[in-house]
Design a binder for this molecule. Structure first.
Ligand SMILES: *Cc1c(COP(=O)(O)O)cnc(C)c1O
Length: 522
């Protein structure tokens, strides 16, 4: 008989055969049932229903009660399912996903550290979670105080004069930072034309510069993966509004000439923008404000363990030096005696770049970040950076005999390998990444940064144990051994997930977002 709810167990999955070793970091061996799942439209439900409301009595005519423009027409193929059918469908789909609560997630540049549940619990306190953004200040003093204290803490941690917590993500913070840079130059009589960006930069950097009407000029990094003052001097002139630098950069390498580079830029009246996405390597150890940066965005969802990914809310506060304070976006939280107040009226801050979005930013992220900062304290923050760097260097030391290391320079919080040693046998970075899924790990970032051919960028973060790192290293080493012994088999990896290699280009360019009855999906 056909299975009425349309699911079937897919093949049984094993990692090391019966009795195979439990794998730390994945909660045991990778085996068990994984369900094949139909689309919800394909579930044959008949005419079940998830609600038990009585049928309308009397002559009830929706067309009379509801304006025509709000009435929905028939939806072809709309499934009629019971609550249990729907709950099981979505719960089974949810276990196809991999998150930081499931297992190791070494996605370089993204800082996928564990998000502690204590921060979650505090963000869910009704006084925070249910506070309406239009509450008058006297009714939300606690929330305003938290915003004020977080702003002060971030300024102190990074070495800047003030911080806006309004931006919604790292890229939004970059946009905001460059808006302030433009406003600063405009106030001095000339907006300038160009922004310098090293070739190792994240793609959001040139995008943010272009959004602010600047032309981007690429600066080449040296053979050691670093930016050199001479390379900056060669392209620096009085048309340059700013340079955008990530430190440590996306190779995981510290820009040790940062002070000299800042001098070159400042000497011609330019400003130094810091992409602070990699702040995890520096927390409590060094402050970007002390290195010559004038503006820097934070990624709370990276460095301060607020959840990220899946389009969920991020938070990208921007810290500035004294000279840029007047341009901060609205609202600004101020303290007056013992009371806190939001300045939202441009009349009070005439040089502000204005509002970036509705209301005050992603407040739940602010609560989580503040909770983490208070829980760890200055010593704990420093320790987390030290452990993040230690973990990346441990992975580097244990893999550098089997994967090619393009830069011999010391790594900070992440390490970049390439597929050069495997390439000879026809095995690519993509094959290695896909094979890692069969080993029970989320793949690292691949083919980024762009200056490294076949890059595999691994960022373990400080929250992983030595056992997890060892298991990951063993998985990576096993793949290197397979690449040498049986390279063709790796092209078929992964074989254990419900779906194996998807056509990623088609999925991105031609996503099927609307199902119609009879549609062929494979
Ligand atoms: C993640 C990241 C960004 C962008 O941050 P989002 O929050 O994803 O917008 C910018 N630069 C670097 C180096 C990053 O790693």
């Amino acid at each position: 008989m056909a299975n009425p709810t349309g699911w079937k167990p897919s093949v049984e999955k094993e990692s090391g055969g019966a009795g195979g070793p439990a794998r730390p970091g994945t909660g045991g061996a990778v085996r068990g049932l994984a369900y094949e799942e139909k689309l919800i439209f394909e579930h044959a439900g008949g005419d079940r229903s998830g609600v038990s409301l009585p049928a309308p009595t009397g002559a009830w005519d929706p067309a009379r009660e509801i304006p025509a423009g709000l009435l929905r027409g028939e939806v072809e193929g709309l499934p009629s399912l019971a609550e249990l059918d729907v709950v099981r469908h979505f719960t089974r789909l949810s276990v196809w996903n991999h998150g930081i609560d499931t297992g190791f997630y070494p996605l370089g540049s993204c800082t996928m550290k564990y998000n502690p549940k204590s921060s979650e619990a505090l963000a869910r306190l009704p006084g925070f979670a249910a506070a309406h953004p239009l509450l008058p200040a006297e009714m939300c003093q606690g929330s305003l105080e938290l915003m004020y204290r977080l702003e002060r803490a971030l300024s102190e941690i990074s070495g800047f004069a003030g911080t806006t917590i309004a931006p919604a993500a790292g890229a939004h913070g970059e946009l905001c930072g460059l808006m302030m840079i433009r406003a600063y130059h405009v106030a001095r009589g000339n907006a300038r034309k160009k922004v310098l960006i090293p070739d190792t930069a994240h793609g959001t950097n040139p995008a943010s510069a272009a959004f602010n009407g600047y032309r981007t000029v690429e600066v080449k990094s040296g053979p050691d993966g670093r930016l050199h003052p001479d390379a900056v001097r060669a392209v620096m002139d009085e048309d340059v509004a700013a340079i955008m630098i990530t430190n440590p950069n996306t190779l995981g390498v510290f820009e040790s000439d940062i002070a000299a580079i800042a001098e070159v830029v400042h000497a011609k009246g330019g400003l130094v923008y810091g992409d602070g996405a990699n702040l995890n390597a520096l927390l409590g150890v060094a402050r970007p404000g002390d290195m010559g940066f004038d503006v820097m965005q934070f990624n709370l969802h990276k460095t301060f363990a607020t959840p990220h990914g899946g389009g969920g809310p991020g938070s990208g506060p921007v810290a500035v030096k004294e000279a840029l304070l007047p341009f901060l976006p609205l609202p600004v939280v101020v303290r007056e005696g013992a009371a806190y107040r939001l300045v939202a009226d441009p009349a009070e801050r005439p040089r502000t770049v204005g509002r970036l979005r509705e209301f005050h930013g992603n407040f739940g992220m602010m609560v989580r970040a503040w909770a983490l900062i208070r829980e760890l304290g200055p010593e704990g923050l420093r320790r987390s950076a030290e452990l993040a760097v230690l973990n990346a260097n441990y992975v580097r030391a244990r893999l550098q005999d089997v994967y090619h290391l393009p830069y011999a320079t010391d790594s900070l919080h992440e390490v970049v390998f390439t597929d050069k040693l495997q390439k000879a046998a026809g095995v690519s970075t993509m094959d290695v990444a896909k094979a890692l899924i069969d080993e029970g790990f989320h793949p690292p970032t691949v083919y980024f940064p762009l200056v490294v051919a076949g890059a595999l960028m691994i960022e373990p973060t400080e929250t992983e144990s030595k056992e997890t790192l060892d298991a990951f290293v063993e998985g990576m080493r096993a793949i290197a051994a397979r690449a040498a012994a049986d390279p063709d088999a790796l092209h078929a990896a992964p074989v254990k997930p419900v779906r194996a290699r998807l056509d990623e280009t088609r999925a991105a360019r031609k996503p099927v977002l609307r199902w119609t009855p009879g549609m062929a999906l494979e």
